[in-house]
Design a protein around this ligand. Structure first.
Ligand code: SF4
Ligand code: SF4
Length: 171
């Protein structure tokens, strides 16, 4: 028997319910994370642990490294409390087995990052540092040019120039 097609109002109401649900979930998550003092920097994410490659009981390094207590030892394996995971990667960085813990996270800008070993995390960090450095150089260069253009104060220009050198070339 053919099903009745949804009206535009049904679709709109379903969409708004989905948004409410997502907001409620975020609110609850914020409450849960508050006592840990850890920031939730990613819009969404997922984490998995390969139980076949994990060395388990003799290790538990990931559990010790997790800043939010999202990992625990239970029934002979590492368990995950998904709502407490902020996808920071501390567990991946501490795990001695490559590709044992897999994290996928989406930033507020929609950018997706995936990693499962220390070298992945180092590469991600290097990329971020390069980007931050570029943004800083760019904004410093704009300020420097502006101060120079204004020409009314050598002092202002000198100060900006000093700041630029201090920030970009300090050891
Ligand atoms: S990514 Fe790992 S260390 Fe970070 S919060 Fe999640 S489980 Fe804990
Ligand atoms: S650090 Fe890696 S190997 Fe060790 S218990 Fe955690 S997942 Fe298993």
């Amino acid at each position: 028997m053919p099903t009745k097609p949804h009206s535009i109002f049904d679709l709109m109401s379903e969409e708004s319910e989905a948004v409410d649900e997502a907001e409620e979930k975020r609110r609850q998550r914020k409450e849960l994370l508050e006592p840990t003092g850890v920031k939730d920097l990613f819009k969404e994410g997922k984490i998995s642990i390969n139980k076949f490659t994990c060395v388990g009981g003799q290790c538990k390094l990931c559990i010790k490294a997790c800043p939010t207590n999202a990992l625990y030892w239970g029934t002979g394996e590492v368990g995950i409390v998904d709502d407490l995971c902020v996808y920071c990667g501390a567990c991946v960085a501490s795990c001695m087995v490559d590709d044992c813990i897999k994290v996928e996270r989406t930033g507020e800008d929609g950018k997706v990052e995936k990693f499962s070993k220390m070298s992945d995390l180092i590469k991600l960090q290097e990329k971020k540092n390069a980007k931050k450095r570029f943004e800083r150089v760019k904004s410093n260069a704009i300020l420097l040019r502006r101060a120079y253009k204004e020409k009314n104060e050598t002092k202002k220009y000198r100060e900006q120039q000093k700041l630029y050198v201090d920030q970009e070339y300090r050891i």
